[in-house]
Design a binder for this molecule. Structure first.
Ligand code: 13P
Ligand code: 13P
Ligand code: MG
Ligand code: MG
Ligand code: MG
Ligand code: MG
Length: 370
């Protein structure tokens, strides 16, 4: 019997500014999900935060894109927004971009990563939660976990994963997708996903010959782009991901290893700057300097045979990631010194979706031909 893991998140108000989620919102969400658990809609849940994004982690038997589960998440965000308004939190309801819920939360503002899987005898998973960045921030780490032998020793030495994996890549501008095989098409995959603002890894699947079912994902990323829904800048997408580990898949340490390198992602202040993604324990999922730098939290779980969430374990709460954090701070300082100059500020093409066009519009009539 299959179990679905749904991670659905939204920014429904920051405390203060875009800093973090107020505990009252977490409390409210727990209250609503507890009730849904009692009523049997969900098997289990955990509510947490990353920066100013409220995170709902749920298990259930209703499959992906279930109106019941999406409706529950929407209801939870709506109710918690009322609390956010009472407290006068910043940007209350920020990511709830549509009024009427019509069965699916996609395209409404919240981000969702979901997978329906046959639970293995032992099912270790990691949920990743990022703030102050966009879905493409997962391209590099997911690629390294499932395709880079310098990251994942198992690709070389474990016969159960030696055949590689399949990547489902979305062109989020043209709304198209392509499925590609690694390692055969590795260079083509990189040609796409290196352009992380346009091509994003949506899912990873096992290949023919792998012991896991070919059509059940081993990794999935939320790919919602807020500006595409709102038509203007309304904050960053702040993505989430679910990754399965061990036994024919990357070991837990291979899933975490890409974050030992704090690569540059876009987001940060006003969603308009490049900066390093810093792997942090939950207590430091609190972007402050220049509203950043962008953060990543990794929560470890075992899914019990009946679908209970055994966890979380705060996986970046380990001195082994101190060097990455230190390096992220050095890069933060280096990038900040550029002030409003590229490549700290995003290239013009990506600034199109921020508040910059308003400034340029004012100057339009002052330009004269050379
Ligand atoms: P253990 O022997 O500690 O289970 O480790 C196995 C493994 O694959 C570590 O990557
Ligand atoms: P969030 O998407 O996390 O709300 O960030 C918005 C922002 O503009 C930060 O400076
Ligand atoms: Mg915010
Ligand atoms: Mg946020
Ligand atoms: Mg956001
Ligand atoms: Mg062991």
């Amino acid at each position: 019997e299959k179990i679905t893991i749904s991670v659905i998140k939204a920014d429904i108000g920051g405390w203060p500014g875009h800093h973090k989620v107020h505990p009252a919102l977490i409390e409210k969400a727990r209250e609503i999900l507890s009730k849904a658990k009692e009523e049997g809609t969900i098997i289990d849940f955990h509510v947490t935060y990353c920066g100013d994004d409220l995170q709902l982690i749920m298990t259930h038997k209703k499959g992906t894109d279930s109106p019941d589960i999406h409706g529950l998440a929407w209801e939870t965000f709506k109710e918690a927004t009322k609390t956010a308004k009472e407290l006068g939190l910043y940007g209350a309801g920020q990511d709830l971009l549509k009024d009427a819920f019509s069965g699916n939360i996609r395209g409404m503002g919240p981000g969702a990563a979901e997978m329906e899987i046959t639970i293995r005898k032992s099912e270790p998973i990691v949920t990743f939660h990022m703030d102050k960045t966009e879905p493409g921030a997962f391209n590099l780490p997911i690629f390294r976990m499932f395709a880079d032998p310098f990251n994942t020793a198992g690709l070389v030495i474990d016969p159960n994963m030696h055949m590689g994996f399949r990547f489902e890549i979305w062109d989020i501008r043209e709304h198209k997708r392509v499925i590609m095989n690694s390692p055969e098409e590795m260079y083509d995959i990189l040609a796409l996903i290196g352009a992380k603002s346009r091509y994003v890894i949506k899912r990873v699947f096992p290949k023919e010959g792998h012991k896991l079912p070919k059509d059940e994902p081993v990794a999935v990323v939320s790919t919602e782009k807020l500006y595409e829904i709102a038509g203007e800048y309304v904050g960053k997408d702040d993505p989430v991901a679910i990754v399965r580990a061990q036994s024919g898949l990357p070991a837990l340490g291979e899933v975490l290893e890409p974050f030992a390198f704090p690569h540059l992602v876009s987001g940060w202040m006003r969603g308009s700057h490049n900066g390093p993604i810093m792997p942090v324990p939950l207590k430091y999922a609190t972007p402050s300097r220049f509203d950043g730098p962008p953060r990543a939290v990794a929560l470890g779980w075992q899914i019990s045979p009946e679908g209970k969430l055994i966890g979380p374990v705060d996986l970046f709460d380990d001195p082994a990631f101190d060097w990455a954090r230190q390096k992220a701070l050095e890069i933060t300082e280096y990038m900040r010194r550029h002030g409003p100059f590229e490549p700290h500020r995003l290239p013009l093409e990506e600034m199109e979706y921020t508040t910059l066009p308003g400034v340029l519009e004012k100057l339009k009539d002052r330009f004269e031909p050379l």
